[in-house]
Design a protein around this ligand. Sequence first.
Ligand SMILES: [Zn+2]
Length: 96
Amino acid sequence: MSETTASGVRGISAASAFAGMRNVAPVRFRAGCPDCRGAFELAASALRLAIGASSRTTFYSFTCPDCGAAVRKPAGERIVELLTGGGVRTLRLHAP
Ligand SMILES: [Zn+2]
């Protein structure tokens, strides 16, 4: 019964709707709030990534949907890759 789901998902006509755009999927990122300790999933548009000159000044930020706190967390290379690949708005803090 589940035979078709394994290979039949690809090639949906919706792909043509995204022609011209990069592969933008509705990615969601898991995040946690240190203030209220809430755990939730955020859309790419809810996150911001700031890339500094070093990994110490590279972080991502979001507003907690539960308590409204502004959360800022350090972002390592993998997270940066993940976020930029997921379409998160990126701000470069240093001149290239
Ligand atoms: Zn919170």
